[in-house]
Design a protein around this ligand. Sequence first.
Ligand code: SF4
Ligand code: SF4
Length: 126
Amino acid sequence: MARIALRNLFSRPATRRYPFVVREPYAASRGRITIDFPACILCGACDRHCPANAIKVDRGEGLWRIDRFACVNCGECVVACPKKCLFMGNTRSAVADFSDLAARQEKQVREVAPKPAQAAPVAPKA
Ligand code: SF4
Ligand code: SF4
């Protein structure tokens, strides 16, 4: 007992003083999803394959969005993307404010061409 106490007294602590000391992530660890948005064709495959419903793609609005708190870091979206424009880094999201929806969501929006106006119905000739 005394020996263990003495050893603990003179050895380094087993824990880190996070967030002041952050451990380097392992090379193969799963982390933050990022997108090369210019390469994205808004096909929606990532949206359809995401088991956590974290990604929302709306081609009509030119929108790609991810909810980082819903993402479970499975990597399915990366595999499903036909353009290979989704990537998984090995760092975690730096989101601290749980109340701020805008902070937990990342949104990419592309300007889309307006839909052509519908032709007015032609009145039948008398
Ligand atoms: S990593 Fe998995 S949970 Fe996260 S957005 Fe991609 S498919 Fe969804
Ligand atoms: S699967 Fe890839 S190309 Fe398709 S919407 Fe998602 S990120 Fe864009």
